[in-house]
Design a protein around this ligand. Structure first.
Ligand SMILES: NC(=O)c1ccc[n+]([C@@H]2O[C@H](COP(=O)([O-])OP(=O)(O)OC[C@H]3O[C@@H](n4cnc5c(N)ncnc54)[C@H](O)[C@@H]3O)[C@@H](O)[C@H]2O)c1
Ligand SMILES: N[C@@H](CCC=O)C(=O)O
Length: 514
């Protein structure tokens, strides 16, 4: 087998690659507005009640009308998943891995179509959409190989006359609840991890991006996944969310999304319901309030580039996005000036137009939330770039820099999830690290410094799950930078890492006397 390597990003300066994306866009434009069913046990069911998935760059444009699962559908899907589990759990792990390898190959062939769909449905500019699709491929390639490593268990010791074995068994039906911001990568990664480990899945994608999830179902089917192993049940969280979490037959909940929803799922899942004979596992990967610390001994151009890229890539709608900068006071003014200069050059507009660095934010609620925080920012600090929106056709927010905040101001503490970054001063590096740690979250962080001792100090004391030195704080790569956060950012599952699949398995010891 070829050793794992991450999927390369597409170089859109090359004319043939631009043409390939535009061809993908044409394919997507050919199916805009189509109706989609839910899929339960392989059966396609169209419902009256539908979600309108639309293009946040152009709110008039319908991407798809997607059937909504209700409680009866969710129950039917649970039965289908339980039935499929009876055979899937015993299917040879290498066969399960082969399904992922094939799904990765199919995705690679349709790469630009899926990226263009992410531009339309999720508002992702070309480069961000391409990275999302590449990451989905990486999850399949990586987890398939990981399963092959785990399939025979791990070595343990045996005494004379005894044969001990330690291996892993799947645990049952997994409810996968995914967010819209990595509508392909996280949705696919959190689905294929339980699948390759022999579990079956009820997939509830975000109501903002259900079409890309439907397209992934097509990929899985073409790759040979048996019916009922993954059941596609988009629907309203209030209708089926609690139902799935509370269900006595749910074994694992894999949630990625906001802190409030994650905490409520974590609490609900702890309750043992009538007829339930196991404790539910919960993977909950939640929000962030991610800081870049800039030291007096750091390269300020590198710092400014890293901040701008991490704060404004995909309009700041990444859990890893840099939304706080803590700079040592001797470099604060110069750094701020460099960041503002770069921010003012960024272009914002329709995400299918390659010229635009930033696209829209996902919806009106998000736009309004960001506007609210900009107003708070005006009171707590000083807007030095952006602070405005363009709402004529889509949900556009200009990249915004807020200066002179206290590290514990609201704008520096609460997840905004938009293109807004706040700046605070620290008197020295020790204080900068102290301020950086002073949030409830602990997802990503970065330090820009050329002083080795200071980097080592951060390695010991900067409490985030993904810590980066002399680079930005976004863009973890599957298999290279396992991803997941500390504190209120989640259960630190480290998606895309060597410890991830075992979260979907139960370890079994057998001890036989010879
Ligand atoms: N840590 C990570 O790896 C990671 C990755 C991506 C996004 N995020 C976080 O996700 C958030 C953005 O995503 P979002 O807006 O889709 O989050 P969200 O919490 O609003 O929704 C996430 C998913 O949960 C569903 N959901 C909502 N309420 C529910 C309920 N009561 N019961 C069951 N399901 C429910 C949604 O329909 C969606 O599918 C941000 O906070 C971001 O930081 C974290
Ligand atoms: N894994 C992504 C963030 C996912 C959350 O939105 C990154 O590393 O930037």
């Amino acid at each position: 087998m070829i050793p794992y390597k991450h999927e390369p990003f597409t170089d859109f300066t090359k004319e043939e690659n631009k043409a390939a994306y535009l061809e993908g866009l044409k394919t997507v434009e050919g199916y805009l507005g189509k109706e989609y069913p839910i899929i339960v046990g392989g059966e396609r069911i169209f419902t009256e009640d539908k979600t309108r998935s639309y293009n946040p760059s152009n709110v008039e444009e319908t991407v798809g009308l997607v059937s909504k699962a209700n409680k009866e559908h969710a129950e039917k899907a649970m039965e289908a998943a339980k039935e499929a589990f009876k055979t899937w759990r015993d299917t040879d792990p290498s066969v399960r891995a082969d399904v992922l390898f094939r799904a990765a190959a199919i995705t690679r062939r349709r790469k630009h179509e899926f990226s263009a769909l992410l531009s339309k449905e999720g508002g992702k500019p070309w480069k961000e959409a391409d990275a999302d699709t590449a990451e989905a491929i990486d999850f399949m390639e990586y987890y398939a190989r990981q399963m092959l490593e785990l399939k025979d268990g791990k070595k343990i010791e045996s005494r004379p006359g005894e044969y001990n074995k330690f291996n892993y068994l799947p645990i049952g039906v997994s409810v996968v609840i995914s967010p819209w911001n990595f509508a392909f990568a996280i949705m696919a990664g959190t689905t294929v991890a339980p699948v390759v480990t022999g579990n079956t899945v009820l997939l509830k994608p975000s109501s903002k991006t259900p079409v890309i999830a439907y397209k992934f179902m097509e990929v899985l089917e073409e790759a040979g996944l048996p019916k009922g192993v993954v059941n596609y049940i988009p629907g309203s969280s209030s209708e089926i969310g609690d139902f799935l979490i509370d269900h006595k037959d749910t074994s694992l909940i894999s949630f990625t999304g906001s802190r409030d929803v994650g905490v409520s799922i974590y609490e609900r899942a702890a309750k043992v319901h009538k007829g339930q004979n196991h404790l539910k596992r919960v993977i909950a990967e939640m929000g962030g309030k991610d800081t870049i610390v800039v030291d007096s001994e750091g390269d300020l151009d590198l710092a400014a580039d890293s901040i701008v890229q991490s704060a404004f890539g995909f309009s700041g709608q990444k859990c890893s996005a840099c939304s706080r900068v803590i700079a040592v006071e001797s470099v604060y003014d110069e750094l701020l000036e460099k960041v503002v200069e770069r921010t003012e050059k960024l272009t914002v507009g329709d995400s299918t137009d390659h010229e635009n660095y930033m696209g829209p934010v996902i919806d009106e609620n998000s736009l309004n939330k960001i506007k609210k925080y900009i107003e708070i920012g005006k009171k707590e600090g000083r807007i030095v770039a952006g602070g405005t929106t363009d709402e004529e056709k889509g949900h556009f927010v200009h990249p915004t820099v807020i200066a002179d905040l206290k590290h514990n101001d609201r704008v520096m503490q609460e997840e905004i999830f938009g293109p807004v970054v706040g700046f605070s001063k620290a008197k020295d590096y020790d204080e900068a690290l102290e301020f950086a740690n002073d949030t409830d979250y602990g997802l990503t962080g970065a330090v820009i410094s050329n002083n080795r001792e200071k980097l080592e100090q951060a390695r010991r004391n900067f409490l985030v799950g993904n810590l980066y030195f002399n680079r930005g704080c976004t863009g973890a790569i599957v298999g290279y930078q396992p991803f997941g956060g500390f504190k209120m950012s989640g259960t630190d599952s480290k998606a895309g890492g060597p410890d991830y699949l075992v979260l979907h398995l139960q370890g079994r010891t057998t001890s036989e006397m010879l």
